[in-house]
Write a protein that binds this ligand. Structure first.
Ligand SMILES: *Cc1c(COP(=O)(O)O)cnc(C)c1O
Length: 237
């Protein structure tokens, strides 16, 4: 891993500005800023710099790769209860991460859910999960198709070791704000519709959307968890 060009003071300053902007976006939408949780996304960031965010009060961290998580976790100032898995997760990696995260946000197939169920049972625990929705309908994206979400949730309500806590999405990259807003608004609608259905074993508490380029828009559209990497730790190298 290469040295990160940002200093701890840069990270502190970025966090101050980021929190102000998140709070501003929440207020402009008539929402309580306290509703919006900030996740620091740590891919390629050295643990010492990740720990600066912890010292500054960040309490949720997002990891993309199983191997990187294993390598860095020991140097973290915090434990698995503060870590969510957010990257594409291959079933053969589930065993490695099952005791190292408190939520998998990137569940996108029944196959992956079955493996999580199996490994969670073996570890004697339950695992929180979010369904990842391919809200832009892109071939290149890994989330579930929008139309498959309800059917998937019905199946998941029978998985005794999994707790569905909400939805996450990564909308198509680099689109005009109006288009991105359309994706976020549709996610929020799906989230609210499912919540209203009150399905067994399914709680819609977390709507995870918004990254460095679009978190303010996401908050205005109803996100209550934003995942920010570059905006805290600088450009990934
Ligand atoms: C990398 C990543 C982020 C953060 O992206 P930035 O643009 O650096 O804020 C958020 N979510 C997921 C799933 C990611 O892989």
């Amino acid at each position: 891993m290469m040295a990160n060009p940002l200093t701890p003071e840069d990270v502190r300053q970025n966090l101050r500005e980021l929190r102000e902007r998140i709070a501003g976006a929440a207020r402009s939408a008539g929402r309580d800023p306290g509703e919006v949780r900030l996740m620091a996304v740590t891919k390629t960031v050295p643990p010492e710099l990740v720990n600066v965010a912890w010292e500054e009060g960040v309490r949720l961290f997002g990891e993309n790769r199983a191997q990187e998580l294993l390598e860095k976790a020991e140097a973290y100032a915090f434990g698995p209860e503060h870590i969510h898995f957010i990257g594409t997760l291959q079933t053969n990696k589930v065993r490695q991460i099952i005791d190292r995260v408190s939520c998998v946000q990137s569940v996108n197939s029944i196959h992956l859910a079955q493996e999580l169920q199996k490994r969670a049972l073996a570890a004697g625990r339950t695992m929180d999960i979010l369904l990842e929705v391919n809200i832009g309908g892109e071939d290149s994206k890994t989330g579930m198709e929008q139309g498959a979400v309800t059917g998937m949730l019905e199946k998941l309500s029978n998985f005794s070791a999994l707790r569905v806590k909400g939805l996450m999405c990564i909308p198509p990259f680099g689109r005009p704000p109006q288009e991105t807003e359309g994706y976020f608004s549709r996610m929020h609608k799906i989230f609210v519709d499912i919540k209203d259905q009150k399905m067994d074993n399914i709680s819609m508490e977390i709507l995870s959307m918004g990254m460095t380029g679009d978190y303010q828009l996401a908050v205005r559209c109803g996100a209550n968890l934003v995942r920010v990497g570059t905006g805290i730790f600088g450009k990934r190298i």
